[in-house]
Design a binder for this molecule. Structure first.
Ligand SMILES: Nc1ncnc2c1ncn2[C@@H]1O[C@H](COP(=O)(O)OP(=O)(O)OP(=O)(O)O)[C@@H](O)[C@H]1O
Ligand SMILES: [Mg+2]
Length: 293
């Protein structure tokens, strides 16, 4: 699809950080250039094999959702990423980047779940609740919840896994009013996006949003939005409660990994070509279904 960008090298801007997937540079004092590379992370470990073109698909999908929710304040600046780098660096950022307002990130991940899977399913089996939100007994794996629930998590330090926290702890971290606002916004985003996706044959089982404060202390949607990296996307056609459905996201890679002897600690193994291609296909399919006109 395109040449892979595993790591960018933009000499004209100060490098701030390399996340698992994004390379982040400073643009002046109050903006960031965020480049979505083709890196893949699973189980919080970055893989040596890039998924060529994945970064562009993720960026396109986030852009779609930012536009879809245009009345919710977001971090996009409208500045063209190609205009902030040297001409010879444009190919690295093209179609996979955004110049964003540099926000003060709120110290939690705003997770919303509509279905019972992943760490939510684990919690439910152990305690009958997720993040202290109690649920009816007897639910099957992948069951649709009576209502979507807000189940925040802490942002883990590099190499650590995120930890689910109750709403009370979220309210301590953010203050009651902000925590209420983040919950309200997250649930609204999830409900409206999953209604839209459902019409296009995709179930959004769960997702994670990130918010930050802008200069006026306004809560602003940042990072990536409703992508297969930040969400579980299931094809509606093969959904069946009781079993973990096939998906449009990293689950495909995770399933392959479970057949390997890898201990989930770095270094991660090389991915076979078929797994790289299969992953890209799934991301492509999700983007197509959600954005085709
Ligand atoms: N507008 C913004 N202002 C400040 N920080 C931001 C903004 N948007 C996103 N970020 C931060 O930038 C980083 C994005 O990089 P990336 O997604 O690669 O990191 P990661 O979260 O370590 O990886 P993963 O998404 O796999 O968990 C995150 O730490 C995110 O919180
Ligand atoms: Mg991230």
């Amino acid at each position: 699809m395109s040449d892979a960008v595993f790591e960018t090298n933009i000499a004209s801007l100060p490098l701030i950080a390399r996340g698992k997937v994004r390379d982040i540079y400073a643009v002046g004092d109050d903006h960031l250039l965020m480049v979505t590379t083709d890196r893949l992370s699973a189980f919080d470990v970055v893989f040596p094999s890039p998924i060529p073109g994945k970064g562009k698909l993720l960026q396109a999908l986030s852009n779609f959702w930012f536009a879809y929710f245009h009345d919710i304040p977001n971090h996009l600046s409208g500045i063209d990423p190609e205009s902030v780098v040297s001409p010879n660096e444009r190919a690295q950022v093209q179609a996979r980047s955004m110049v964003v307002k540099r926000l003060s990130p709120l110290p939690l991940e705003a997770v919303v779940r509509g279905y019972l899977e992943g760490s939510g399913w684990q919690d439910y089996q152990n305690t009958g609740a997720i993040c202290g939100v109690s649920l009816p007994p007897g639910l099957q794996r992948a069951a649709k919840l009576p209502l979507p629930i807000f189940t925040p998590a802490t942002k883990a330090a590099v190499g650590d896994h995120d930890e689910n926290i109750g709403f009370e702890r979220a309210a301590k971290l953010l203050g009651q009013e902000r925590a209420d606002e983040v919950r309200h916004l997250s649930l609204r985003l999830y409900v409206e996006a999953s209604r839209y996706a459902d019409e296009r044959g995709i179930i959004i089982a769960d997702t994670k949003f990130e918010f930050g404060l802008d200069r006026d202390q306004r809560i602003t949607l940042m990072d990536e939005v409703l992508t297969p990296d930040s969400s579980r996307f299931w094809p509606k056609s093969s959904y069946e409660p009781g079993q973990s459905p096939p998906s449009f996201d990293k689950q495909f890679v995770r399933n392959w990994l479970e057949t390997q002897s890898w201990n989930k600690r770095p270094p991660a193994p090389e991915l076979p070509e078929a797994i790289v291609a299969g992953t890209l296909d799934r991301y492509q399919d999700a983007l197509h279904r959600l954005t085709a006109t």
